[in-house]
Design a protein around this ligand. Structure first.
Ligand SMILES: Nc1ncnc2c1ncn2[C@@H]1O[C@H](COP(=O)(O)OP(=O)(O)OP(=O)(O)O)[C@@H](O)[C@H]1O
Length: 304
């Protein structure tokens, strides 16, 4: 097993102009004076548990705002959950559309920075450059500022930088969606090779077809809850039909499909077994965000 996610909850308090508008004027003014603006509670992830195994490619689908990106950030250890734990067998690498590259710098300079940010030494970063440039395959553009890149060129470079770390757990947040057909083939081949070497890929996509083509398993999230965890084919088929009903203006039919999927899903319970003699907390235990990426043993049950 490569990743165990145990009962994750994430909530955000978000300032709301609507909540402000519904308040009486004196209260609104009072709150503004003390800098406490009216807010609403958003449940981004509500009690998600899952276990990922070596060799799996797991798609995450769901409507906008269903919690897919938040869950990936939690698995990557970039954010702390309010409750719950994540355990990983090695450091997950998150490849997102917003990966922090600097638009004024050239592609090559960004490769260097990206490698350093992922923990390579300056020498290792210099050594990695030719391999990254070859995988990105963007020709002479590697010496031009990144602000001049098309979204597909930037996606190629980000993917190549992430793969340079030879991750065993790769988290991809829509970052490949802008690539052309050749890039999609190349990136799929690299991800397949990675999975064969006992790696795991998580892939967020709005396109059910991408999930079917690229993943062996899929998870549907809705308002932060896990609706169903199953084969990519089954989950993509159900989600596609649901989204189609919504798009056709048939919310009742869509709600029935959602309820049916909730009803047929499995409940995953993760039990964590502390290895003897290790007092140190694992990587994301209880959201502690410590930096040792060791795995605690986890067992899991799935109940209807
Ligand atoms: N940093 C944040 N601060 C406040 N609210 C947030 C933050 N990040 C996410 N949210 C809220 O959490 C919920 C889940 O967002 P998230 O980005 O995880 O969804 P998503 O499924 O990835 O959406 P999309 O498909 O649109 O990318 C949304 O309601 C969003 O508004």
């Amino acid at each position: 097993m490569t990743v165990a996610v145990k009962d994750i909850h994430v909530r955000y308090n978000v300032a709301s102009s609507d909540a402000a508008a519904k308040m009486r004027r004196p209260e609104r003014i009072g709150r503004r004076m003390i800098g406490r603006f009216p807010s609403v509670l958003v449940r981004a992830v509500a009690g998600v548990s899952l276990v990922a195994r070596a060799g799996e490619s797991i798609g995450l689908v769901g409507l906008n705002g269903s919690g897919k990106s938040t869950l990936l950030r939690i698995i990557a250890g970039l954010e702390r959950p309010m409750r719950g734990s994540v355990f990983a067998s090695s450091t997950p690498v998150l490849l997102g559309v917003n990966a922090a590259l600097l638009p004024e710098l050239s592609g090559a300079q960004n490769v260097h920075l990206g490698c350093l940010a992922m923990g390579m030494s300056p020498d290792e970063a210099r050594e990695a450059l030719p391999t990254i440039v070859e995988l990105a395959d963007i020709g002479g553009a590697i010496h031009l500022p990144m602000k001049t890149y098309s979204s597909g060129m930037a996606a190629r470079l980000r993917f190549a930088i992430a793969m340079a770390m030879q991750p065993h757990i790769l988290l991809i947040d829509e970052a490949l969606s802008t690539g052309d057909a050749a890039f999609k083939d190349r990136s799929k081949a690299r991800m397949d090779a990675m999975r064969k070497e006992a790696g795991t890929v998580f892939l967020v996509s709005h396109a059910a077809q991408t999930i079917e083509e690229e993943c062996s398993r899929a998870i549907w999230l809705h308002k932060g809850r896990l609706v169903i965890d199953g084969t990519a084919e089954d989950v993509a088929r159900r989600y596609r039909l649901y989204a189609w009903k919504l798009a056709k203006g048939q919310p009742e039919a869509a709600a029935d499909l959602l309820a049916e999927a909730f009803g047929e899903g499995f409940d995953t319970t993760v039990h964590l077994i502390e290895p003897p003699g290790t007092g140190a907390p694992p990587r994301h235990a209880n959201g502690a965000g410590s930096t040792t990426p060791e795995l605690l043993k986890a067992t899991f049950n799935q109940r209807r």
